[in-house]
Design a protein around this ligand. Structure first.
Ligand SMILES: C[S@@+](CC[C@H](N)C(=O)[O-])C[C@H]1O[C@@H](n2cnc3c(N)ncnc32)[C@H](O)[C@@H]1O
Length: 205
């Protein structure tokens, strides 16, 4: 059951920061986005598309549907899409309750999204549901450090980022991925264990 109150609060925070998001967000390097998105093909869903930072990196092999629950972030993405030639459809939608049929997408993309989704396991279950059995889920996600003392510091600092931006810095995303029934095919640590590039299978066979 999705926590409606928490969902409303996080959505409001992203609406609030949408105007300055591109100026303040430097967590993901452009080359990481570029490398990740070269792997997208076919019917592609980007969850938490935000202000559309990834859109320019998709190639012609991907027909992209981008969703976000923040209309103001989505508006920024729409502006960027207007300057691009690729196929983009952007929709307001909650990742915890996707309005797509099972087995719709060849590729699902997320970049720094599961730090914010109020119920990350529910969101991950939803992307598993809409990914075709032979499809792929590709991610750049930051998470709690595997080094325990660093993780503890992240636990202490977490309420600050959550209050200002709506993102958690101490999510145990690899555990959440397992709990959602997804299978890790590949993972690369980009900033120690904190920022990772991950390829998942929906593990439906
Ligand atoms: C840190 S931003 C990242 C945006 C973009 N993916 C990027 O790489 O720049 C997280 C985004 O996820 C969106 N988001 C968080 N929870 C969501 C949910 N339950 N459903 C849809 N979008 C969500 C937020 O509105 C925000 O746009």
């Amino acid at each position: 059951m999705v926590n409606e109150k928490q969902t409303k609060t996080i959505k409001k925070r992203y609406n609030r920061i949408s105007g300055v998001f591109d100026l303040m967000d430097h967590m993901i390097r452009d080359e990481w986005r570029k490398t990740l998105l070269q792997e997208a093909y076919g019917e592609t869903l980007e969850v938490g598309v935000g202000t559309g930072a990834n859109l320019k990196y998709y190639n012609d092999h991907a027909r992209v549907t981008g969703i976000d629950f923040s209309p103001k972030m989505l508006h920024k993405a729409q502006e960027k899409a207007g300057h691009l030639t690729g196929h983009f459809e952007l929709m307001e939608m909650d990742a915890q309750n996707l309005k797509f049929n099972d087995n719709t997408f060849d590729t699902v993309v997320s970049t720094c999204v599961f730090c914010s989704v109020p119920d990350p396991i529910q969101g991950l279950k939803e992307i598993r549901r809409v990914t075709k059995p032979a499809g792929q889920i590709i991610m750049l996600e930051h998470m709690r450090s595997d080094v325990e003392w660093q993780g503890k510091i992240m636990d202490i600092l977490n309420p600050i980022g959550l209050k200002i931006i709506g993102a958690n810095i101490n999510r145990r995303t690899m555990d959440n991925i397992e709990k959602a029934g997804l299978k890790v095919i590949r993972q690369e640590q980009l900033i120690s264990s904190i920022m990772r590039r991950i390829t998942l299978s929906p593990n439906k066979k």
